[in-house]
Design a protein around this ligand. Structure first.
Ligand SMILES: [Zn+2]
Length: 296
């Protein structure tokens, strides 16, 4: 692991917030960005984002339960997001999803006549997208993918920026590959959300071992402005949720009270509604759409 300074403002003075495994979450004294310190090094990231990440034994802490079986719900959620993006880009065009996994968001975008490409760090899951869905997915990072300047009309980063080792550097590169006037869409957990405040340090999203940065709309806005973007839409509720089964909701709530929510989980499965899908939004994620400034 390596010691880091604030990725947003460069300041190295911070306040301890909470212990997390072998590391700590701290808050920058200058700009208020929360980040993990020390952080994982590249070799450790390789080990984390392997096949096991997408069929995790404890997805509340890291990774997904079974990513590929959640395909239909991810596609439904993706259409909801794309409808909003298309209000800002009615002519659509070329879209890049960074951290696209097997490309389920790209499948929804392709159905809506976007020209789609993806980049994904984990080769195992990227290969599923290439083989099973004939998607153009590059294994690696945006920095290693070598896209052209001003190539894309839209770049999306769902549940990604909190995992990146250098979000400032990555946003600068997103700016480079976006056309002037192009749109970047980001979804990430909101440390200023009501649910984060209610649970305090016990909030599930403070306790994931795969998050390195923890944003509020304010800190993300600052990072976007520094990289040549203007925020055009901020949604704290209504877009950051997802379609999930009722069983999934209780499987997550068990982290807060095992006896109470195990009882409800068994009950909903017994009466046969565990597999029913609903749109759930706790307001713990926020979505930002930002436009690349024309003068960049
Ligand atoms: Zn800072």
């Amino acid at each position: 692991m390596k010691e880091v300074c604030c990725n947003l403002c460069g300041n190295c003075e911070s306040l301890f917030f909470k212990r997390l495994g072998k590391s700590s979450i701290v808050r920058c004294n200058n700009c208020g960005l929360y980040y993990l310190n020390p952080q994982l090094e590249e070799k450790e990231l390789d080990e984390l984002y392997s096949e096991a990440y997408f069929s995790s034994e404890d997805s509340a802490v890291s990774g997904y339960d079974n990513y590929t079986s959640d395909k239909e719900n991810i596609i439904l959620t993706s259409h909801r997001k794309l409808k909003v993006i298309e209000k800002f880009l009615p002519h659509k065009g070329e879209l890049l999803d960074i951290g696209c996994a097997a490309g389920f968001f790209l499948l929804a975008a392709r159905q809506r006549n976007w020209k789609v490409k993806g980049v994904e760090y984990c080769d195992y899951v990227a290969e599923i997208g290439r083989e099973s869905y004939n998607l153009e997915i590059t294994t690696g990072t945006l920095e290693t993918a070598n896209y052209e300047d001003n190539q894309f009309d839209c770049v999306t980063m769902w549940d990604l920026i909190e995992h990146l080792p250098n979000p400032m550097g990555s946003l600068a590169d997103v700016n480079r590959v976006l056309k002037p006037g192009g749109i970047l869409a980001i979804m990430t957990p909101n440390v200023d959300s009501l649910i984060a405040k209610i649970w305090g340090r016990k909030w599930l999203l403070w306790n994931r071992t795969d998050h390195m940065f923890f944003f509020s709309p304010k800190t993300l806005n600052k990072m976007l402005e520094k990289n040549g973007f203007n925020v055009v839409l901020l949604k704290k509720i209504g877009l950051g949720g997802k379609y999930v089964s009722i069983d999934f909701i209780f499987s997550r709530l068990i982290k807060y009270s095992k006896s109470l929510f195990s009882f409800f989980r068994n009950f909903v499965n017994k009466i046969g509604i565990g597999k029913v899908t609903i749109f759930a939004d706790w307001g713990d994620n926020f979505v930002v759409l930002a436009r690349k400034a024309n003068n960049k």
